[in-house]
Design a protein around this ligand. Sequence first.
Ligand code: COA
Length: 392
Amino acid sequence: MSTPTNTPNKTPCYSPGLDGIPVAESAISRVDGAIGTLEYRGIDIEALASQSSFEETMVLLLNGELPNKEALQAFKNGLNNHRRIKFRVSDIMKSFPESAHPMDALQACIAVLGMFYPLQRTLSSDPLTEEQIQVACFRLIGKLPTLVAAHARMRLGDDPIPPRDDLSQAGNFLYMLFGNEPSALTTRIMDVALIVHAEHTINASTFSTMVTASTMADPYTCISAAIGALSGPLHGGANEDVLKMLDEIGHVDQVESYLENKLSKHEKIPGLGHRIYKTKDPRAVLLQRLYHDLTQEMGEDSTYAIARRIEELSLGTLGAKGICPNVDFYSGIVYRKIGISTDLFTPIFAIARVVGWLAHWKESLSESRIYRPRQIYIGEVNRPYIPLNKRM
Ligand code: COA
């Protein structure tokens, strides 16, 4: 065997997971991982979570500015016009296996939408018009909650519930899921949960959107790629794993031995750790606050006590390495408290994050360079071809 003679020096070029490598310029969001802050278009997430609505935040992320009253109403009208799904899309959903994970169902449905709403361009490489971009954003943001709720009901044998124009994105999703109008508190909790999940710089799913967009693929294909990336347990899927872990632990007294056992086997604890944050994720702080708000109406439960104990005990060991609760650690506890089943946690993440994905998609449209990273080839070279009858 011979090895390549032109292998470049590995050290300066190769960064596993692209750790620390800038892949784009962006003006959408900013994270300071050392002090644990997150800003959307320069505005702190804490201010948005306490004073804004998901609708206002969506406009901010997509267009760069908070809307005035007229612009906000126009945005809400745009969403309302695109929330419904065609009966043929529902029919396709009916044929999914009952065991289908809602993230897989969502990814498939978004790819299907692309067939129903093809982009009219003379040449497929022609730039999209402003109107085409805006309508694609309304369609994707408007339809995602409808698709998630419809699939959740259909797999239980229930009819999907059509969207209501008088409800917010958060309230309408809960209404379509449960069939009754949610309380003001529950709506506000979901609204804030959607705000804090809406955008988070260039992570795996956002990067998937950007890579796919760089080929000039249509926005439905870009978002379906992003949903696939989000479904993984190291990304959005971690919120589901957190709840499975809390259920497995079962009692606050079992936390210590559970952690010891996991860490002795070098296994990761879901919901802890982040590539960028080396302190507690500010979104985890906000979600924990939401849980406390909910307990005013609904009382505390044992799952939260287990999570708190994990945070407390891991502080000394993992905390010293900068591994602290991330966004997924408390989100599932909040969702379960309002009656949402575990496998819908990541689809809810997608309902929020589609806004960030689309903001990056829009931003990337002015950048016409296809992503094409380099590899460092470490295989053999110049090998002779051995005919089949001569191979051992
Ligand atoms: N539990 C225990 N140890 C953890 C850990 C966790 N959740 N996350 C990271 N570590 C440890 C690693 O084992 C490694 O230890 P070592 O240096 O002794 O080998 C070190 O911390 C660095 O971990 P690494 O996986 O290289 O960090 P990363 O930046 O590549 O990964 C995550 C970040 C998010 C993928 C990782 O923290 C993780 O898998 N977390 C759990 C899944 C999760 O919650 N994902 C949602 C993220 S929002």
